[in-house]
Design a protein around this ligand. Structure first.
Ligand SMILES: O=C(O)c1cccc(C(=O)CC[C@H]2O[C@@H](n3cnc4c(=O)[nH]cnc43)[C@H](O)[C@@H]2O)c1
Length: 233
């Protein structure tokens, strides 16, 4: 029987590793189009819109992985940024992907799935490559940081919620809804994962009208133009 902590398939590349592509998974088509525009038709990357939220995107990622040969998977898109750590229009590269609401609430507070003994809510990002990506973005003149990125099923919409999340995941710079789902699918295929987010709004009191989606998609497009030199130099 399959053990969930073991890869489901061995899709690692045998022979010519240069044939393996990088799979990039966004939530929605506008994000996919921004990534594709930045990549400028580079066929070493495949970009799919996998759906919003960790469940849809994990299924979408697994489906894509079944149909190709990949060396790694990147979750990419827009995100909320934590105050003082990631400003609107800046970029965050994940040091780890954290499923921040995967667990149980209790009168004593949140209990993570790790504490409950049902697995892990943290997937480390491919570390040297993530650091290289953050460095390359900065050298290209983009504002970028390397930090934990949280994945939630419900976006944070209050100041108290943002503060609680920042306390639960110290150093977290961005909040999205897909990173952990993409990383979990990649993990089950034995592949490393990364996450790249462009900040469209602050994590905190919900104000959808204030989201700078165009600015974030522009930053995502610019960041995507750096990816070939990082992954295929
Ligand atoms: O309306 C549009 O034109 C549009 C274009 C691109 C993307 C969107 C989205 O609504 C994407 C949803 C996606 O964004 C992530 N996100 C953004 N801000 C946050 C946040 O504060 N907390 C959590 N997630 C956030 C998330 O990953 C969603 O999947 C609209």
């Amino acid at each position: 029987m399959h053990q969930p902590d073991q890869p489901l398939h061995d899709f690692s590349v045998e022979g010519d590793a240069s044939l393996a592509k990088v799979l990039i998974v966004t939530a929605v088509e506008a994000e996919r189009d921004a990534v594709l525009a930045g990549l400028g038709g580079d066929e070493r990357f495949v970009v799919v819109a996998g759906g919003v939220g960790p469940a849809a995107v994990a299924a979408g990622t697994a489906r894509a992985l079944m149909n190709g040969v990949y060396s790694r998977v990147i979750s990419a898109g827009i995100a909320g940024g934590f105050a003082g750590l990631a400003a609107v229009g800046s970029l965050v590269v994940a040091s780890r992907m954290v499923a921040a609401d995967l667990g149980s609430d209790s009168p004593e507070g949140f209990i993570s799935v790790d504490e409950l003994g049902f697995g892990s809510s943290i997937i480390p990002a491919e570390d040297t490559v993530s650091a290289s990506l953050a460095g390359a973005l900065e050298r290209a003149g983009l504002q970028a940081c390397l930090a934990p990125i949280v994945t939630v099923s419900t976006t944070t919409g209050t100041l108290a919620g943002a503060q609680a999340l920042a306390a639960r995941v110290p150093g977290a710079a961005a909040e999205g809804m897909e990173g952990f789902g993409v990383a979990e699918a990649a993990r089950q295929f034995g592949l490393p994962a990364l996450e790249l987010r462009a900040i469209s709004n602050a994590v905190g009191p919900r104000d959808r009208g204030a989201w700078k989606i165009g600015e974030a998609l522009g930053a995502l497009r610019q960041a995507s133009s750096i990816l070939p030199e990082v992954f295929f130099a």
